[in-house]
Structure formats: C-alpha cells, structure tokens
Design a protein around this ligand. Structure first.
Ligand code: ACO
Length: 328
C-alpha cells in the first residue's frame, strides 16, 4: 500500500513585518527580553483585506508548480487552522473556489492548533493509503494577529501570520513516504491555552469583545513544560518505530513556539540542533503554519535529498501533540 509523500511545498508570508522594536512602542517589553526568552525577532502581519484562504491560495501556487500539479489534479483539500475565514463554510471550501479546483472533491478544515499540520498529514496519509485521494492539497495557515490581545505583553510578542502548503501524493517508491507517526490529545488541559469566546459556549457579545475574550489566553509556563516533555516523547516514539537513530535525522521540522523549547527537545532526544529548522526568529509562532513554512524554506534551500529522514514534531492547544517521520 502506497504511503503519503510530499511532492511539492510552498509558503506565503504577508508583506508587513512587525519587529520587536515595533512592539517596544506598543507594550512594556524589549527586543532583548523577546529575543532571549523566545528567539523571535520579527513576525509577519496580514493586510486588513487578507483572510486565511488568501494566504493559502498564494502559498499553493508554488507548491503545485513544484509538484507539477494543475488544479484538475487536486482531489482533496485539507486546511489546518484555528483562524478560519469563517466558522463556516470551511476555509478549505474558499480555497477550492479561489484556486479553481474541481467542484465535488472533498474539502474540510482541521482544528488542532499548533499540531494542525501534523494531524492533517496523518489524515492525508490515511486517505492515500485507503485510495480515497491521490493528490491532496494540505495547508497549515493562520492569521493569529486577528486573535491576539495587542495590550498583553505575555502573548502579543509571540504570534505571527502566514501559510505553508504541501501537495501530498502516494510515494513514488515503497521505501519513501510516511514511515511512522503518532498523534495525541488531552482535553483535560484545554483551559491552559484557549480562545474563550466566539463559539457556542460564549458567543460574541459586547461584553466578550470588551473583555478581549476573543483573543488567545495562555498559561505560558505550563504550556512550556508540557510542550518540551510531549515533543521529546513523540519524537522518540516515532524514531523507535521507524528504527531511525536521532543522529540519522537529516531534517528536524518542529513547531516553532519558542527557541528554548526547540533546544530542550533536541537536548532530550539527541537530535542535532544544526539539523533543526530554526525559522522562529523570522516568523514567530504561526501555529499550524510553522511546520509547512519551515519545511518549504529548507526544501527551497536544497537541504533535503531523496531518501532523507525528515522528522515532524508538534505541540499545541487542546492539548494536542504528535510526530511523524517521512523518507523524502
Ligand atoms: N516583555 C518583558 N517581560 C515580559 C514579557 C515581555 N513580552 N512577557 C512576560 N514578561 C515578564 C513576566 O511578566 C514575568 O515578570 P515577573 O517575573 O516580574 O512576574 C517574567 O517576564 C517571566 O515571565 P514568564 O511567563 O515566566 O516567562 P517565560 O520565560 O516562561 O516565557 C513564554 C514566557 C515565552 C510565553 C514561554 O512560557 C513560552 O514560550 N511558553 C510556551 C508557548 C507555546 O508553546 N505555545 C504553544 C503553542 S500556541 C497555540 O497553540 C496557539
């Protein structure tokens, strides 16, 4: 049975760049604090007239070109996001329309916060393995600036906007493709990282807007501790299943939330830091988009060759987490 493989990658980052120095003028913070505690120097911010589907459409064109795919070839659309254009229709349906994809193909969103792309990859792999699809447009995309409290220095320095797209097809050779994966969730910890209002529990009202309850609320320290433990465990589980040693990982593509989480994960697992995608300084935390954006950067820099072990690893709200190993 053919497994999922990535035939093309693409990314789009909005033109506007917000630096740490810009943030110094908005809240009581400093470039030094943000750089030392998070590794972030700047992040991209979507234009007022850009929605998440617009970002995905822009990132899709280079991904489809790399895969040699035309709109008629795409037979499923999966968009991983916590900042959809609307609650419904799904952002995937807007992308289907915007790219002129065939009417009638399945299109749906996945909500798994920063683990979204990883969840999407595992779902795409299932579709490929069962013959349900042969050419999946899989994206991680966010406009977190729309759900950020720009008066809260604890969170507003962390997030950014962007989109990363992959074209997922059956592997061209049985030795290539997704070799091992794991995905997990623990809803008991959901309150530690949450957008409290805007859903059926707390619909939008003048009070929820005034109380900034439509923005990200996070217990940073708690999230940090869980993230390091869970990301290291997930990576170790998948490496063991794939019988790949940490030293043999050619490219490690972890979710980019904090440089210290990445360093600690590498230290715990033995994966070399120099094989790790470190894009956080330029993009910040873009939730579901960081993995496909980081993957595209490395791919276009020529850092991945046929047969290389590429390890994905994520942790985010839910809590959700997991890892996946692909032979490129
Ligand atoms: N500038 C200056 N000082 C600040 C800032 C800031 N931007 N933010 C916090 N501080 C202060 C705090 O007020 C605190 O001051 P105090 O000691 O006087 O009370 C001090 O810095 C330390 O604060 P901590 O919260 O302990 O700082 P920490 O080192 O834990 O860093 C951070 C905070 C960056 C949020 C970190 O905890 C983190 O990265 N957590 C994980 C984030 C994450 O992984 N999110 C998951 C994905 S997000 C998603 O799913 C949408």
């Amino acid at each position: 049975m053919a497994r999922a493989w990535i035939a093309g990658t693409g990314a789009y980052l909005p033109a506007k760049v917000l630096t740490n120095f810009d943030l110094e003028k908005m809240v009581d913070t400093s470039d030094e604090w943000i750089t030392q505690r998070t590794g972030i120097r700047e992040r991209h911010i979507a234009a007022d007239d850009e929605a998440v589907s617009d970002l995905v459409i822009k990132a899709s064109r280079p991904a489809m070109a790399m895969a040699g795919a035309v709109p008629q070839d795409i037979d499923a659309v999966i968009i991983c996001t916590i900042t959809p254009d609307n609650n419904f229709p799904s952002t995937a349906c807007w992308v289907q329309k915007g790219l002129g994809l065939r009417a009638g193909i399945p299109a749906f969103d996945i909500s798994a916060a920063c683990s979204g792309f990883l969840y999407g990859l595992i779902v795409a792999d299932s579709l490929i393995q069962t013959g349900g699809a042969k050419c999946v447009l899989l994206a991680g995309a966010e406009i977190l600036s729309r759900i950020t409290n720009w008066t809260d220095r604890n969170t507003c320095v962390l997030f950014g906007d962007g989109a990363g797209v992959t074209i997922v097809t059956p592997s061209p050779d049985p030795r290539r493709g997704l070799v091992a994966s794991c995905w997990h969730a623990d809803g008991n910890l959901g309150d530690l990282l949450v957008q409290p209002a805007g859903g059926s529990r707390l619909p939008a009202s003048a009070e929820t807007v005034a109380g900034r309850l439509h923005t990200i609320h996070m217990s940073g320290n708690e999230v940090f501790k869980h993230a390091v433990r869970a990301m290291a465990q997930a990576a170790e589980t998948v490496l063991a299943e794939a019988q790949v040693s940490p030293a043999d990982v050619k490219l490690f593509v972890p979710h980019q939330a904090n440089i210290r989480i990445l360093e600690a994960t590498c230290q715990r697992t033995g994966i070399p830091l120099e094989r790790t995608v470190l894009a956080i300084d330029r993009i910040g935390n873009v939730s579901a988009a960081t993995i496909p954006i980081g993957l595209d950067m490395s791919n276009r820099e020529g850092k991945i060759s046929t047969g290389d072990a590429v390890l994905f690893d994520a942790f985010g709200g839910g809590f959700t987490w997991g890892a996946a190993l692909m032979r490129w």
